[in-house]
Design a protein. Structure first.
Length: 370
Protein backbone atom coordinates (compact mmCIF):
# COMPACT_ATOMS: atom_id res chain seq x y z
CA UNK A 1 0.00 0.00 0.00
CA UNK A 2 1.26 3.50 -0.82
CA UNK A 3 0.53 5.40 2.37
CA UNK A 4 -0.34 9.06 3.00
CA UNK A 5 2.43 9.08 5.62
CA UNK A 6 5.08 6.42 6.23
CA UNK A 7 6.44 6.72 9.75
CA UNK A 8 8.30 3.40 9.67
CA UNK A 9 10.50 4.75 6.86
CA UNK A 10 10.97 7.98 8.76
CA UNK A 11 12.02 6.03 11.84
CA UNK A 12 14.52 4.00 9.82
CA UNK A 13 16.08 7.23 8.61
CA UNK A 14 16.03 9.03 11.97
CA UNK A 15 16.47 6.28 14.58
CA UNK A 16 20.12 6.95 15.42
CA UNK A 17 19.63 10.69 15.87
CA UNK A 18 16.33 10.22 17.73
CA UNK A 19 17.85 7.78 20.24
CA UNK A 20 20.74 10.19 20.81
CA UNK A 21 18.28 13.04 21.46
CA UNK A 22 16.32 10.85 23.87
CA UNK A 23 19.47 9.93 25.81
CA UNK A 24 20.67 13.53 25.95
CA UNK A 25 17.30 14.70 27.31
CA UNK A 26 17.16 11.85 29.81
CA UNK A 27 20.63 12.62 31.09
CA UNK A 28 19.86 16.33 31.42
CA UNK A 29 17.36 15.51 34.18
CA UNK A 30 15.16 18.44 33.07
CA UNK A 31 11.92 17.60 31.25
CA UNK A 32 9.72 20.72 31.07
CA UNK A 33 10.64 24.33 30.13
CA UNK A 34 14.39 23.87 29.99
CA UNK A 35 17.38 24.28 27.72
CA UNK A 36 16.11 21.98 24.97
CA UNK A 37 12.98 24.08 24.50
CA UNK A 38 15.00 27.28 24.48
CA UNK A 39 17.43 25.92 21.89
CA UNK A 40 14.60 24.65 19.70
CA UNK A 41 12.74 27.96 19.93
CA UNK A 42 15.89 29.78 18.82
CA UNK A 43 16.48 27.36 15.95
CA UNK A 44 12.86 27.54 14.78
CA UNK A 45 12.79 31.34 14.96
CA UNK A 46 16.03 31.49 12.92
CA UNK A 47 14.67 29.05 10.33
CA UNK A 48 11.46 31.07 9.98
CA UNK A 49 13.21 34.51 10.06
CA UNK A 50 11.44 35.61 13.25
CA UNK A 51 13.09 37.08 16.36
CA UNK A 52 10.93 35.00 18.75
CA UNK A 53 9.28 31.59 18.97
CA UNK A 54 7.39 30.00 21.87
CA UNK A 55 6.71 26.27 22.03
CA UNK A 56 3.25 25.19 23.18
CA UNK A 57 1.38 21.89 23.49
CA UNK A 58 -0.38 21.82 20.09
CA UNK A 59 -1.35 23.76 16.99
CA UNK A 60 -4.80 24.24 18.47
CA UNK A 61 -3.29 25.88 21.55
CA UNK A 62 -0.95 27.95 19.41
CA UNK A 63 -3.96 29.60 17.74
CA UNK A 64 -5.97 29.97 20.97
CA UNK A 65 -3.06 31.42 22.98
CA UNK A 66 -2.17 33.79 20.13
CA UNK A 67 -5.71 35.16 20.04
CA UNK A 68 -5.76 35.44 23.83
CA UNK A 69 -2.40 37.24 23.86
CA UNK A 70 -3.86 39.79 21.42
CA UNK A 71 -6.76 40.42 23.76
CA UNK A 72 -9.45 38.33 22.06
CA UNK A 73 -12.27 37.54 24.50
CA UNK A 74 -15.75 36.00 24.68
CA UNK A 75 -18.18 37.58 22.22
CA UNK A 76 -15.50 39.01 19.90
CA UNK A 77 -16.02 38.25 16.21
CA UNK A 78 -13.22 36.37 14.47
CA UNK A 79 -13.16 36.09 10.70
CA UNK A 80 -11.98 32.71 9.37
CA UNK A 81 -12.37 30.06 6.68
CA UNK A 82 -14.98 27.28 6.52
CA UNK A 83 -12.42 24.93 4.89
CA UNK A 84 -9.68 23.90 7.33
CA UNK A 85 -8.88 21.48 10.11
CA UNK A 86 -11.61 21.85 12.74
CA UNK A 87 -8.95 23.07 15.19
CA UNK A 88 -8.81 26.49 13.49
CA UNK A 89 -12.40 27.19 14.53
CA UNK A 90 -12.16 25.27 17.80
CA UNK A 91 -9.45 27.67 18.98
CA UNK A 92 -11.87 30.58 18.45
CA UNK A 93 -14.78 28.76 20.12
CA UNK A 94 -12.73 27.85 23.19
CA UNK A 95 -12.31 31.55 23.95
CA UNK A 96 -16.06 32.04 23.61
CA UNK A 97 -15.45 34.21 20.56
CA UNK A 98 -17.76 34.04 17.53
CA UNK A 99 -16.33 32.63 14.28
CA UNK A 100 -17.47 34.46 11.14
CA UNK A 101 -17.12 32.24 8.08
CA UNK A 102 -16.36 33.80 4.71
CA UNK A 103 -16.27 31.77 1.48
CA UNK A 104 -13.26 30.24 -0.29
CA UNK A 105 -11.92 30.79 -3.81
CA UNK A 106 -11.23 28.18 -6.51
CA UNK A 107 -8.03 27.13 -4.67
CA UNK A 108 -10.02 26.23 -1.55
CA UNK A 109 -8.38 29.07 0.41
CA UNK A 110 -10.33 31.92 1.97
CA UNK A 111 -11.18 34.52 -0.70
CA UNK A 112 -9.28 37.55 0.59
CA UNK A 113 -11.19 40.09 -1.53
CA UNK A 114 -14.51 38.92 -0.17
CA UNK A 115 -13.12 38.59 3.36
CA UNK A 116 -11.83 42.17 3.13
CA UNK A 117 -15.33 43.43 2.33
CA UNK A 118 -16.64 41.53 5.34
CA UNK A 119 -13.92 42.90 7.63
CA UNK A 120 -14.66 46.43 6.36
CA UNK A 121 -18.07 46.42 8.03
CA UNK A 122 -16.35 47.29 11.28
CA UNK A 123 -17.36 44.71 13.90
CA UNK A 124 -14.54 42.25 13.16
CA UNK A 125 -11.32 42.74 15.10
CA UNK A 126 -9.56 39.42 14.59
CA UNK A 127 -8.78 37.33 11.53
CA UNK A 128 -7.42 33.78 11.40
CA UNK A 129 -6.45 33.05 7.78
CA UNK A 130 -5.18 29.55 6.95
CA UNK A 131 -2.42 28.75 4.45
CA UNK A 132 -4.21 25.53 3.58
CA UNK A 133 -2.25 22.67 1.99
CA UNK A 134 0.88 24.79 2.43
CA UNK A 135 -0.29 27.17 -0.30
CA UNK A 136 0.56 30.71 0.79
CA UNK A 137 -2.19 33.32 0.86
CA UNK A 138 -1.14 36.52 -0.91
CA UNK A 139 0.70 38.61 1.66
CA UNK A 140 -0.11 41.98 0.05
CA UNK A 141 -3.81 41.20 0.32
CA UNK A 142 -3.41 40.04 3.92
CA UNK A 143 -1.46 43.18 4.78
CA UNK A 144 -4.44 45.36 3.79
CA UNK A 145 -6.44 43.98 6.72
CA UNK A 146 -3.88 45.27 9.19
CA UNK A 147 -2.92 48.45 7.38
CA UNK A 148 -6.36 49.69 6.27
CA UNK A 149 -8.66 48.15 8.86
CA UNK A 150 -6.45 47.54 11.91
CA UNK A 151 -7.57 43.91 12.06
CA UNK A 152 -5.47 41.69 14.36
CA UNK A 153 -4.18 38.67 12.45
CA UNK A 154 -3.15 35.25 13.70
CA UNK A 155 -1.94 33.26 10.69
CA UNK A 156 -2.67 29.53 10.89
CA UNK A 157 0.61 28.14 9.54
CA UNK A 158 0.04 24.56 10.73
CA UNK A 159 0.44 23.35 7.12
CA UNK A 160 2.76 26.03 5.80
CA UNK A 161 6.18 25.75 7.47
CA UNK A 162 8.59 26.57 4.64
CA UNK A 163 5.96 28.20 2.39
CA UNK A 164 6.48 31.72 1.03
CA UNK A 165 4.31 34.42 -0.48
CA UNK A 166 6.19 36.71 -2.87
CA UNK A 167 9.46 35.66 -1.24
CA UNK A 168 8.52 36.07 2.44
CA UNK A 169 7.59 33.21 4.81
CA UNK A 170 3.92 32.74 5.66
CA UNK A 171 3.17 34.26 9.04
CA UNK A 172 5.08 37.45 8.23
CA UNK A 173 2.01 39.71 8.02
CA UNK A 174 0.07 38.87 11.18
CA UNK A 175 1.11 39.68 14.74
CA UNK A 176 1.43 35.93 15.29
CA UNK A 177 2.08 32.82 13.25
CA UNK A 178 0.71 29.63 14.82
CA UNK A 179 2.02 26.23 13.80
CA UNK A 180 1.67 22.55 14.70
CA UNK A 181 4.09 19.66 15.16
CA UNK A 182 1.42 16.98 14.91
CA UNK A 183 3.31 13.99 13.46
CA UNK A 184 1.88 14.25 9.93
CA UNK A 185 2.77 17.93 9.55
CA UNK A 186 5.76 19.03 7.45
CA UNK A 187 7.75 19.39 10.68
CA UNK A 188 6.20 16.73 12.90
CA UNK A 189 7.20 15.59 16.40
CA UNK A 190 6.78 12.15 17.97
CA UNK A 191 3.61 13.34 19.63
CA UNK A 192 1.72 16.61 19.97
CA UNK A 193 3.31 20.03 19.87
CA UNK A 194 2.97 23.51 18.45
CA UNK A 195 4.63 26.90 18.37
CA UNK A 196 3.90 30.60 18.01
CA UNK A 197 6.22 32.90 16.08
CA UNK A 198 6.11 36.65 16.58
CA UNK A 199 8.07 39.90 16.27
CA UNK A 200 6.19 41.43 19.17
CA UNK A 201 8.12 41.04 22.44
CA UNK A 202 5.22 41.95 24.78
CA UNK A 203 3.11 39.33 22.98
CA UNK A 204 5.89 36.78 23.43
CA UNK A 205 5.94 37.46 27.18
CA UNK A 206 2.14 37.06 27.38
CA UNK A 207 2.38 33.74 25.50
CA UNK A 208 5.06 32.52 27.92
CA UNK A 209 2.78 33.38 30.84
CA UNK A 210 -0.34 31.93 29.23
CA UNK A 211 1.31 28.56 28.51
CA UNK A 212 2.50 28.23 32.13
CA UNK A 213 -0.58 28.86 34.35
CA UNK A 214 -0.39 32.60 33.77
CA UNK A 215 2.69 33.01 35.93
CA UNK A 216 5.39 35.53 35.05
CA UNK A 217 7.78 34.20 37.66
CA UNK A 218 7.32 31.12 39.79
CA UNK A 219 4.10 31.34 41.88
CA UNK A 220 3.27 34.87 40.70
CA UNK A 221 0.10 34.35 38.66
CA UNK A 222 -0.79 37.53 36.83
CA UNK A 223 -3.40 36.18 34.40
CA UNK A 224 -5.58 33.08 34.00
CA UNK A 225 -3.43 30.74 31.94
CA UNK A 226 -3.20 27.20 30.64
CA UNK A 227 -0.93 24.22 30.91
CA UNK A 228 0.34 24.23 27.34
CA UNK A 229 4.05 23.52 27.18
CA UNK A 230 6.18 21.81 24.55
CA UNK A 231 8.15 19.23 26.54
CA UNK A 232 11.92 18.90 26.44
CA UNK A 233 11.87 15.55 24.64
CA UNK A 234 9.76 16.83 21.73
CA UNK A 235 11.85 20.00 21.60
CA UNK A 236 15.07 17.94 21.47
CA UNK A 237 13.71 15.69 18.70
CA UNK A 238 12.47 18.67 16.71
CA UNK A 239 15.75 20.58 16.97
CA UNK A 240 18.28 17.77 16.63
CA UNK A 241 16.46 15.31 14.37
CA UNK A 242 13.65 16.83 12.33
CA UNK A 243 14.49 20.51 11.77
CA UNK A 244 17.89 19.66 10.19
CA UNK A 245 16.02 17.44 7.69
CA UNK A 246 13.24 19.91 6.93
CA UNK A 247 14.82 21.60 3.90
CA UNK A 248 15.47 18.26 2.26
CA UNK A 249 11.95 17.05 3.11
CA UNK A 250 10.40 20.18 1.62
CA UNK A 251 12.47 19.78 -1.56
CA UNK A 252 11.21 16.22 -1.88
CA UNK A 253 7.59 17.32 -1.40
CA UNK A 254 8.07 19.96 -4.11
CA UNK A 255 9.65 17.41 -6.44
CA UNK A 256 6.66 15.10 -6.04
CA UNK A 257 4.20 17.97 -6.53
CA UNK A 258 6.03 19.00 -9.72
CA UNK A 259 5.70 15.48 -11.11
CA UNK A 260 2.00 15.24 -10.19
CA UNK A 261 1.34 18.63 -11.78
CA UNK A 262 3.17 17.70 -14.98
CA UNK A 263 2.13 14.08 -15.38
CA UNK A 264 -1.43 13.77 -14.09
CA UNK A 265 -3.55 13.91 -17.20
CA UNK A 266 -7.13 12.83 -16.73
CA UNK A 267 -10.10 14.95 -17.84
CA UNK A 268 -12.08 13.73 -14.79
CA UNK A 269 -9.38 14.96 -12.39
CA UNK A 270 -8.88 18.68 -11.82
CA UNK A 271 -5.65 20.06 -10.37
CA UNK A 272 -5.98 23.00 -7.99
CA UNK A 273 -4.25 26.33 -8.48
CA UNK A 274 -2.77 28.51 -5.76
CA UNK A 275 -2.63 32.23 -4.98
CA UNK A 276 -0.26 34.45 -7.03
CA UNK A 277 3.29 34.47 -5.64
CA UNK A 278 2.79 31.31 -3.58
CA UNK A 279 5.77 29.05 -3.09
CA UNK A 280 3.98 26.11 -1.46
CA UNK A 281 5.30 23.83 1.28
CA UNK A 282 3.14 21.09 -0.26
CA UNK A 283 1.78 19.70 2.99
CA UNK A 284 -0.92 18.05 0.88
CA UNK A 285 -1.54 17.59 -2.83
CA UNK A 286 -5.21 18.40 -3.37
CA UNK A 287 -7.22 17.54 -6.49
CA UNK A 288 -10.91 17.92 -7.34
CA UNK A 289 -13.25 15.16 -8.49
CA UNK A 290 -16.91 15.62 -9.33
CA UNK A 291 -18.87 15.11 -6.05
CA UNK A 292 -21.01 12.38 -7.60
CA UNK A 293 -17.90 10.43 -8.65
CA UNK A 294 -15.67 10.99 -5.61
CA UNK A 295 -16.70 7.76 -3.86
CA UNK A 296 -15.88 5.83 -7.02
CA UNK A 297 -12.46 7.52 -7.29
CA UNK A 298 -11.59 6.74 -3.66
CA UNK A 299 -12.61 3.09 -4.24
CA UNK A 300 -10.47 2.93 -7.39
CA UNK A 301 -7.40 4.23 -5.56
CA UNK A 302 -7.88 1.94 -2.57
CA UNK A 303 -8.38 -1.18 -4.69
CA UNK A 304 -5.08 -0.37 -6.42
CA UNK A 305 -3.26 0.06 -3.12
CA UNK A 306 -2.86 3.84 -3.20
CA UNK A 307 -4.22 5.74 -0.23
CA UNK A 308 -6.22 8.86 -1.00
CA UNK A 309 -7.79 11.01 1.69
CA UNK A 310 -10.05 14.05 2.08
CA UNK A 311 -9.10 17.48 3.48
CA UNK A 312 -11.78 18.29 4.43
CA UNK A 313 -15.05 16.55 3.50
CA UNK A 314 -17.40 18.78 5.56
CA UNK A 315 -17.36 22.58 5.77
CA UNK A 316 -16.73 23.56 9.41
CA UNK A 317 -20.07 25.35 10.05
CA UNK A 318 -21.87 22.19 8.84
CA UNK A 319 -20.23 19.98 11.50
CA UNK A 320 -22.56 18.49 14.11
CA UNK A 321 -20.68 20.16 16.98
CA UNK A 322 -21.47 23.60 15.54
CA UNK A 323 -25.21 23.15 16.17
CA UNK A 324 -24.85 24.26 19.77
CA UNK A 325 -22.56 27.25 19.38
CA UNK A 326 -22.87 30.76 18.12
CA UNK A 327 -21.27 31.54 14.77
CA UNK A 328 -22.01 33.54 11.68
CA UNK A 329 -21.94 32.87 7.95
CA UNK A 330 -21.44 35.98 5.79
CA UNK A 331 -24.46 37.17 3.73
CA UNK A 332 -22.90 35.90 0.47
CA UNK A 333 -22.89 32.39 1.91
CA UNK A 334 -20.29 29.64 1.70
CA UNK A 335 -21.54 27.62 -1.27
CA UNK A 336 -18.08 27.47 -2.92
CA UNK A 337 -16.71 26.00 0.32
CA UNK A 338 -19.44 23.35 0.44
CA UNK A 339 -18.87 22.33 -3.17
CA UNK A 340 -15.10 22.34 -2.64
CA UNK A 341 -15.39 20.05 0.40
CA UNK A 342 -17.56 17.61 -1.55
CA UNK A 343 -15.00 17.49 -4.39
CA UNK A 344 -11.60 17.57 -2.68
CA UNK A 345 -9.23 14.57 -2.51
CA UNK A 346 -5.57 14.48 -1.36
CA UNK A 347 -2.90 12.34 -3.03
CA UNK A 348 0.08 10.93 -1.06
CA UNK A 349 2.96 13.44 -0.88
CA UNK A 350 5.25 12.56 2.06
CA UNK A 351 9.04 12.90 1.72
CA UNK A 352 9.73 9.15 1.96
CA UNK A 353 7.79 8.26 -1.20
CA UNK A 354 10.20 6.87 -3.81
CA UNK A 355 10.12 7.66 -7.53
CA UNK A 356 8.53 4.33 -8.48
CA UNK A 357 5.70 4.96 -6.02
CA UNK A 358 5.15 8.48 -7.37
CA UNK A 359 4.90 6.96 -10.86
CA UNK A 360 2.43 4.40 -9.55
CA UNK A 361 0.23 7.11 -8.01
CA UNK A 362 0.25 9.02 -11.31
CA UNK A 363 -0.58 5.92 -13.34
CA UNK A 364 -3.38 4.93 -10.99
CA UNK A 365 -4.94 8.40 -11.19
CA UNK A 366 -4.55 8.55 -14.97
CA UNK A 367 -6.11 5.12 -15.43
CA UNK A 368 -9.33 6.07 -13.64
CA UNK A 369 -12.12 6.28 -16.21
CA UNK A 370 -14.21 8.80 -14.27
C1 LIG B 1 -3.17 20.34 12.25
C2 LIG B 1 -3.83 21.66 12.13
C3 LIG B 1 -4.21 22.40 13.24
C4 LIG B 1 -4.16 21.86 14.64
O1 LIG B 1 -2.93 21.42 15.06
P1 LIG B 1 -2.82 20.36 16.27
O2 LIG B 1 -1.40 20.35 16.62
O3 LIG B 1 -3.33 19.05 15.75
O4 LIG B 1 -3.69 20.88 17.38
C5 LIG B 1 -4.74 23.65 13.04
N1 LIG B 1 -4.90 24.17 11.81
C6 LIG B 1 -4.56 23.48 10.70
C7 LIG B 1 -4.74 24.11 9.36
C8 LIG B 1 -4.02 22.20 10.82
O5 LIG B 1 -3.69 21.52 9.72
Amino acid sequence: MILSNDFSRQWEDTEKDAVAAFIATGKSGWYILGGELQRFEEALAAYWSFPFAAGVASGLDAIELSLRALGCKAGDRVLTTPVSAFATTLAILKIGAVPVFSDVDACGLIDLDEAYNVASRGDIHYFVPVHLYGHALERHKLARFREDLGTNIVEDCAQSIGARSHGLPTGSVGQMAATSFYPTKNLGAMGDGGAILTRDHPCLLRIRMLRDYGQRTKYNHEIIGYNSRLDELQAALLRAVYLPRLTRWLQRRTGIADRYSAEIRNPAVQLIGMPAGSDSSWHLFPILISPTRKGCFLEHMKSRMVSASEHYPIAIPDQTAMAGVSFEIVPNGIESARTFCKSQVSLPIHPYLNDAEVSQVIETVNRWTG
